[in-house]
Ligand binder design. Structure first.
Ligand SMILES: [Fe+2]
Length: 494
């Protein structure tokens, strides 16, 4: 009973606050002040005495022969298959060191699960980047946070001129395994993917998106329909700036020559708020009938991208957090490719991974793992991740805390709905969808509005890119029994 009362008081106070908030929007000078105040409500941690995590970001050797693992918990005997993961596993060549977590060479991991036993093996992706770096014992290809320096053996003039060469795109696919037409690939966010053998972890051919479709890259987090149709998103760049594109790759047909990305098409193009400053996105949402693109205020300055090499800067330095922009949601019908006329927005937020999206009672419910501040990419520089003691505490506490958030987007916005009206009929979430005076629907989610599965952000083993939020019914972890840094795996619950 008491808990009901607290819930009611909490709900009441939240509604009163929302009501006062909506009233204040009508005072001309107040919104900008409020925006500033709201931006200051970013939640940061205040952790002290954090354990050094440097071993998770050190180079490891590949484990080409499968080894037994130490299992904590119980793996059901009926569970059989191979769990594939990929992440950065090598952070230097010769005297050259990478600057950022996302730059490390792609290491593919395989957990072979059979009859309650798990065996582990790993192999480095033999990408063109990895092979060139290995051959020359230095970093030859630029990565996200590291600019490859000119060959020191070249003359001063040649080194100067090499800055004006078109930068070579990396095929260091260290983000995720993806499947198109039944074939397995590892992917990053450039135009290049590498096909791999999921049984042997051998590197196979390189696949270039630009050979099939007018996009300059795609995310490493596509979604799939039950029939195997894949949906992804990628940007295209031209003389008039950029576009966001929703891509559809059909499932495999019976034809023997139907492979790779053949038949891929752009389902829909969306103009960025600023065509020279498109938003960065790492994933997007998809429900049964709709693709949901989240345009967050983490901006990629295309001028800075173009001039990065000449100015001796990395791609990372062309990305900036601009919280003066709101977050915009674009909803696209998967069947027709039409963008829904409703305009949806929310407070500035940073997200990398969508958690879930589904349709209910005429609304799309979208769950994201969000932060209120966009400084995370900077903090993931290796110099920060290798810190210890107070310096590590300081770096950790400088990143806004991530929260799972729920957003409600009404599919059909009633034009006669009153300004200030909450258009969400969903009783199980306090996330609101309020019609504003400018016709937009502002969807807001307080930090407690998400109820759902337990979430785990896992760091299963050394040097894995551990950004991926995994929804698990139980916690089972298995770690290789031999690993060059011997660091114990840890799990961090959110
Ligand atoms: Fe990811």
């Amino acid at each position: 009973m008491l808990s009901h009362m607290f819930s009611f008081i909490s709900l009441l106070s939240r509604n009163v606050a929302d009501f006062l908030w909506s009233l204040l929007q009508y005072i001309p000078v107040v919104p900008s002040l409020l925006l500033t105040q709201k931006q200051q409500q970013v939640s940061f941690s205040n952790r002290k005495g954090l354990e050094c995590i440097s071993p998770f970001f050190c180079s490891v050797e590949e484990t080409s022969q499968a080894i037994p693992t130490k299992i904590e918990g119980h793996v059901p005997t009926w569970l059989k298959g191979k769990l594939l993961r990929v992440g950065p596993g090598k952070f230097e060549f010769g005297k050259d060191k990478y600057n950022h977590w996302f730059d490390g060479m792609s290491l593919m991991h395989q957990f072979d699960i059979d009859d309650g036993v798990v065996k582990y093996s790993s192999k480095f992706l033999r990408s063109d980047s990895y092979m060139a770096n290995s051959r020359n014992n230095r970093i030859m290809v630029s990565e996200f946070g590291t600019l490859a320096m000119p060959d020191p053996c070249k003359s001063i003039f040649e080194r100067f001129m090499s800055r004006f060469e078109v930068p070579k795109m990396t095929d260091n696919c260290n983000v995720n395994y993806v499947v198109y037409k039944g074939d397995y690939y590892v992917s990053t966010e450039t135009n290049l993917m590498r096909k791999v053998d999921p049984e042997t972890l051998e590197t196979k051919e390189k696949v270039d998106w630009t050979k099939y479709i007018a996009v300059n890259g795609a995310t490493a987090h596509p979604h799939y329909d039950p029939d195997g149709t894949a949906y992804n998103m990628g940007n295209s760049y031209g003389k008039h700036g950029s576009n966001y594109n929703i891509i559809c790759v059909p499932p495999q047909t019976s034809g023997s020559d139907d492979s790779s990305l053949q038949g891929a098409k752009v389902l829909c193009s969306i103009e960025p708020e600023d065509k020279m400053k498109p938003s960065y996105y790492h994933s997007f949402g998809m429900s049964e009938n709709y693709v949901i693109f989240i345009e967050q205020p983490l901006k990629m300055n295309l001028w800075k991208f173009i001039t990065a090499k000449v100015l001796g800067k990395s791609f990372l330095e062309a990305i900036s957090w601009e919280p003066e922009h709101s977050t915009r949601f674009h909803v696209v019908n998967k069947l027709t490719g039409q963008v829904l006329p409703g305009q949806y927005c929310s407070e500035p937020l940073l997200f990398f991974h969508q958690i879930n999206a589904f349709e209910d009672q005429g609304c799309i419910v979208l769950d994201l793992c969000c932060q209120d501040d966009g400084g995370a990419l900077d903090v993931y520089r290796l110099q920060n991740l290798h810190k210890a003691g107070e310096a590590l505490d300081q770096a950790y506490n400088s990143v806004a805390r991530p929260y799972p958030r729920r957003f409600v987007l009404p599919i059909n916005v009633d034009p006669s709905a009153a300004v200030g009206q909450n258009l969400s009929p969903l009783s199980y979430t306090s996330a609101t969808a309020t019609k504003e005076s400018n016709g937009k629907v502002c969807t807001l989610c307080t930090k407690g509005c998400y109820r759902g599965y337990r979430l785990c952000l896992t760091f299963p083993y050394c040097a894995e890119l551990a950004l991926h939020v995994v929804v698990l019914p139980t916690n089972i972890s298995f770690a290789p029994t031999c690993c060059s840094c011997q660091a114990a795996p840890c799990q961090k619950k959110m």
